[in-house]
Design a protein around this ligand. Structure first.
Ligand code: SF4
Length: 356
């Protein structure tokens, strides 16, 4: 019945990919329609987004693996973060890992088929000493493994981005997290503009940008549309879309208005608004997208494996298998460890009653 109404009204999602291919910018009303389940069937939106994804990325998928190289003890008050000074979450805090440990992490990520090894440090921003340490580690990783690197290190001071670039860093992660307007609701110890300044200094130093969002923190659809537009203005090479996980002890820990349908619509919105950017299903994909993760591969071209900073996720083998099962190709130059099935199933030991 709904389909008949769409046909009667003449709605056609394919107009969005046509607009994108002719470099038209979507209006706010287009964006609202994409997020509204009463306007379009989800599958139509996904098909339309897939045309854009396929043009820019084919059927390839990039797998990223995270390593928390420094955890906790942060003086900032980001409400969604278990490492914030305001969080009571039960985490293990530690200073920056020894270089040898980080190199082991890089090797493991490479051998798991990861395209990129993402090192994450807690804190407002790095000291010059820690920039020196990470620069030396990045050089070692680049010498030893054929893997891309990304570093998430907080707010950068003048001159720090160019040091990281000289060391060979491929990409800097610094998420904008939410809309400029909603930012004061999630953090008071620094501003959205502070974050944007760090991204601009990385861009000026010639480092690729990775900057994404966390959805479900209480923002509304106007904020979500603003996020997609503010992101498009920045033109980051990579956009991780995180779905808020309910981490006990964090000030913001109740994901709002997130269903699998909503999450896929958001991925579609970001794909339409940022056609050439790598779009990643990031933290919370298992929890919020659930059985629609496979469908989301037709929109996003990247995901994380082996979990997130403070929470578990699907293993590499399970993630890689989902990609292959859906006919996508993993970007990796090694033989990949897919799921191993046992030869046969053992029958269930309890009685099974069948009603005919
Ligand atoms: S600055 Fe980073 S580590 Fe510190 S609270 Fe915010 S998100 Fe967490």
């Amino acid at each position: 019945m709904t389909g008949l109404i769409y046909a009667f009204l003449g709605y056609n999602t394919l107009m969005y990919s046509s607009k994108i291919f002719s470099d038209e910018v979507l209006s706010d009303s287009d964006c609202r329609n994409i997020l509204d389940p009463n306007q379009f069937e989800l599958m139509d939106l996904v098909y339309d987004a897939y045309k854009i994804r396929k043009k820019h990325f084919g059927n390839k998928v990039r797998v990223h693996i995270l390593d928390n190289v420094q955890n906790g003890l942060c003086p900032e008050d980001c409400g969604y973060c278990g490492q914030a000074k305001t969080s009571d979450s039960d985490i293990v805090s530690y200073g920056i890992k020894e270089e040898e440990k980080i190199l082991e992490g890089a090797q493991k990520a490479y051998e798991s088929g990861a395209h990129r090894y993402c090192m994450v440090m807690s804190g407002r921003g790095p000291s010059d000493r820690n920039i020196e340490r990470m620069s030396s580690t990045i050089k070692e990783i680049k010498d030893k493994f054929n893997i891309k690197t990304c570093l998430s290190v907080g707010l950068l001071k003048e001159g720090q981005a160019s040091k990281l670039k000289a060391a060979g860093l491929d990409r800097l992660n610094h998420n904008l997290n939410t809309s400029q307007e909603f930012y004061p609701e999630i953090c008071s110890s620094h501003t959205w503009e502070d974050r944007q300044n760090t991204l601009q200094s990385a861009r000026q130093a010639g480092i690729e940008l990775c900057s994404g969002f966390i959805v479900g923190m209480g923002e509304d659809n106007n904020d979500r549309i603003a996020m997609a537009k503010q992101c498009a203005a920045l033109e980051p090479e990579s956009i991780p879309i995180n779905f808020l996980l309910p981490i006990k002890g964090n000030r913001i820990n109740k994901p709002q208005q997130l269903t699998p349908d909503t999450c896929v619509r958001l991925l579609c919105l970001f794909r339409y608004m940022n056609p050439k950017s790598e779009i990643r299903m990031a933290a919370g994909r298992e929890y919020h997208l659930r059985s629609l993760q496979a469908m989301s591969l037709y929109v996003a071209n990247s995901l994380f494996a082996e979990g997130y900073l403070l929470s578990k996720g699907d293993t590499s083998s399970k993630t890689l298998q989902m990609i292959v099962d859906n006919g996508f190709e993993i970007e990796s130059d090694i033989e990949l460890p897919l799921v191993q099935h046992s030869e046969s199933f053992a029958p269930l030991k309890k009685d099974i009653h069948v009603n005919h």
